[in-house]
Design a binder for this molecule. Sequence first.
Ligand code: PMP
Length: 357
Amino acid sequence: NPPNRPPKCTWTLGSSAKSPHHHEVRKINNKISQTILENIGFTPIVRLNKIEKKFGLKCNLLAKCEFMNPGGSVKDRIALRMVEEAEREGKIKPGYTIIEPTSGNTGIGLALVAVVKGYRCIITMPDKMSINKDSMLKALGAEVIRCSSNVSFDSPESFFGVADKLQKKTENAIILNQFANPSNSLAHYDNIAEELLNQCDGKIDVLVAGAGTCGTLTGIGRKLKERIKDVKIIGVDPLRSVPSSTEYKVEGIGISFIPTVLDRTIVDQWHRCNDKDSFQCARYLIQEEGLLCGGSSGSALSIALLLAKDLSEDQTCVVILPDSIHNYMSTFINDDWMIEKGFMEDPSTANDLKPWW
Ligand code: PMP
């Protein structure tokens, strides 16, 4: 195991009363913000009316719009939480450098927090990630190092290996390490899960989310299981030819090792998504519901649709839409890209999504 990733979870996440962690509930700010960081979270949850009708669903199908965060993704929440926890513990001080290996969104969140708080930020990122993320990171003043996507995660050339090397040679540099940092799932446990419970009046039967670090699944899942009897937590991971492959094109999800952050007892079912359904579903969310989301949102929806068809009128399925269209202007939003990659045949029928069961 690389030095930053202990082999198994060394901490527990639990109800705030018994938890060993610092917990905090953020309050919505409808007035003038002192910084944009006050506006992280508090995202809308929207009913997918047209998709329910098109697919003949009886249940309520709801989307949590994490693409509406200031940095465009759910990862703004963990970026803020990891930095503020490190500040609280005295691990990071003015003038320090934040280094993070990330598929992009945690990097954008950290770059946003760093620019507001005045830290230097260096992001190591696999080269398969879109150029749009690269541009956004650089616009936020972060330094970006692209690393090979075709090496194993424990190779020195991987985005993990490069971040480790860089930390060793940079003075006062910290890797917050979203894959092992308890603040990752804590941010979801304390914040997004509370928002969901509030917004849905505690009525959620199925929650579907993509799996990357698994912070979203573990944090939300843990809180919902404490509060809702029989809620089902569904993890979505991309289909690939071999387990270590990074051949799939959807960004931000895909487990190539078991992250420390994942509590496997929380997830009731794992499902494999494929690229074509993921991108078509994401385009459908944009075209039919006006939700300007990214590809992994489509991955979650493609699996939610399979499960939702068996739910009844009084049941609710929530899908997490983790990031925004603006990461993907050069990829799945583009018809030529979709055709070139074999995810679409004819643009005129491209968005005519049909039930696949
Ligand atoms: N979708 C996207 C686009 C992401 O960037 C991420 C984070 N890597 C996820 C889904 C998965 O979130 P988590 O890391 O909490 O499992």
